[in-house]
Design a protein around this ligand. Structure first.
Ligand SMILES: CC(=O)CC(=O)SCCNC(=O)CCNC(=O)[C@H](O)C(C)(C)COP(=O)(O)OP(=O)(O)OC[C@H]1O[C@@H](n2cnc3c(N)ncnc32)[C@H](O)[C@@H]1OP(=O)(O)O
Length: 401
């Protein structure tokens, strides 16, 4: 069964502690689900499944996606589950729904992701938590005498790798140095991302992909005037070359795509933008080896291309998630060494995460919806997707039209 991408919907991405500071993951994901309901006439529709996730999640949100479905205008009989693979979450959710469609297990489903760095879960201090659990078990009032001032120190989520203690940015800086990625190239890639995203908004490309939310109509991080010269003035924050400009900002947002069989789409007179045809996930041993944390797409791509019988040059569009400009450039360098040069003018033609922002789990559906629409506009062709993820993981996929 071919897996058709019918369309996508997202809210503009906001910077951390900006206009979405008081919105929860559930608020935002319910909003994008209802956006799809409005756009594709899904009021009361029982879909086969909704799969999505969030990287940062409160413990009360154990069933975040199902709760979002219950809050939406989809049929309450639509099953849903949470899935999480760091920044690969959105794309992995799309693959999960696509696989069920391909196997004939469901006819249609929604996949996506949501994240808020503003409304991040803050855990209680570990010793305090253990004390509370012991109290819960034993009900001994005397345990309260063990309370210490240090117990009020909260446990904050950290944008870092537990096995190395390094942040994503620090890891990317090691890779940037190893691959000799220059500051100029990073700033040029970043400026291009802002230019492309601004042009796409001006041309109305996102009119049916982005629903205004809480006062935002465009991604808040977007700076059309963000030239390479201006970016060159920023001071490094990770290593010698990575700045707040050529790194993604901490962000809030949500996105989702509707996938279905062609028959399901035809019966409802819905368009098919493109088809999801191949996907591959890889992981690198960044703990013991010297491969960079965010370099797993270097392995996923050749494996996927082998299975598809394609070369890296056989694509009209390349959508490579821009966690950091340096990571995109290092990945391209590694691919091009093994798989040959690509036409870089086909890369992220309508901007990517450096300009749009990167609410971790929401990036996958933003990319897939953008690429599917690009292929639809072109009328034919093939698109390549690559997303790096924390934990040394990476996911690639192919969309065709
Ligand atoms: C998680 C996975 O699984 C895989 C992945 O994707 S890894 C990627 C995960 N993402 C991250 O790690 C996010 C990393 N980013 C950060 O931690 C933070 O955004 C950061 C440390 C890089 C910067 O934080 P910050 O200091 O608060 O940035 P911010 O105050 O916005 O910007 C600093 C300055 O740069 C300027 N600036 C930022 N972007 C700019 C741009 N595009 N053009 C011009 N100037 C810019 C700002 O105006 C600001 O200037 P002033 O100091 O004069 O006000």
């Amino acid at each position: 069964m071919r897996v058709a991408i019918i369309g996508g919907n997202r809210i503009p991405f906001a910077r951390s502690n900006g206009p979405y500071a008081t919105a929860s993951n559930q608020d935002m994901f319910t909003t994008v689900l209802d956006g799809l309901v409005s756009r594709f006439g899904l009021q009361g529709e029982r879909l086969g499944e909704v799969v999505a996730g969030a990287v940062l999640k409160h413990s009360r949100d154990f069933n975040l996606v199902r709760e979002s479905v219950l809050g939406s205008r989809l049929s309450p009989e639509t099953p849903a589950y949470d899935l999480q693979q760091a920044c690969g979450t959105g794309l992995q959710a799309i693959i999960a729904v696509a696989n069920k469609i391909a196997l004939g297990q469901i006819e249609a489903g929604i996949a996506g992701g949501v994240d808020t760095t503003s409304d991040a879960p803050i855990g209680v201090n570990e010793n305090f938590r253990k004390l509370l659990l012991e109290f819960n078990r034993t009900r001994k009032i005397s345990l309260l005498t063990r309370l210490r001032p240090s117990h009020v120190v909260p446990h904050l989520p950290r944008n870092g790798e537990p096995r190395t203690g390094l942040s994503m940015g620090e890891h990317a800086a090691v890779t940037a140095a190893r691959y000799e990625i220059t500051r100029e190239d990073q700033d040029e890639l970043t400026a291009r991302s802002h230019r492309n995203l601004a042009r796409a908004y001006d041309e109305g490309f996102f009119d049916d992909l982005v629903t205004p939310y809480l006062g935002l109509t465009r991604d808040q991080n977007l700076r059309p005037d963000s030239s390479a010269e201006k970016l060159a003035k920023l001071k490094p924050v990770f290593g010698d070359t990575m700045t707040a400009g050529n790194s993604t900002p901490l962000s809030d947002g949500a996105s989702a795509v509707l996938l279905a069989t062609e028959e399901w789409a035809r019966a409802r007179k819905l368009p098919v933008l493109a088809y999801l045809t191949f996907a591959e996930t890889a992981a690198v041993d960044y703990v013991h080896g010297d491969e960079g944390l965010l370099m797993a797409p270097v392995h996923a791509a050749p494996r996927m291309l082998d299975k598809a019988g394609l070369t890296l040059q056989d694509f009209d569009f390349y959508e490579v998630h821009e966690a950091f400009a340096s990571q995109v450039l290092a990945t391209l360098k590694a691919w091009e060494k093994e798989l040959g040069e690509i036409d870089r003018s086909r890369l992220n033609v309508n901007g990517s995460s450096l300009a749009a922002g990167h609410p971790f789990a929401a990036t996958g559906a933003r990319i897939v919806a953008t690429l599917a629409k690009l292929l639809h506009q072109r009328g034919s062709g093939r698109g390549f997707v690559s997303i790096c993820a924390a934990g040394g993981q990476g996911i690639t996929a192919i969309l065709e039209r």
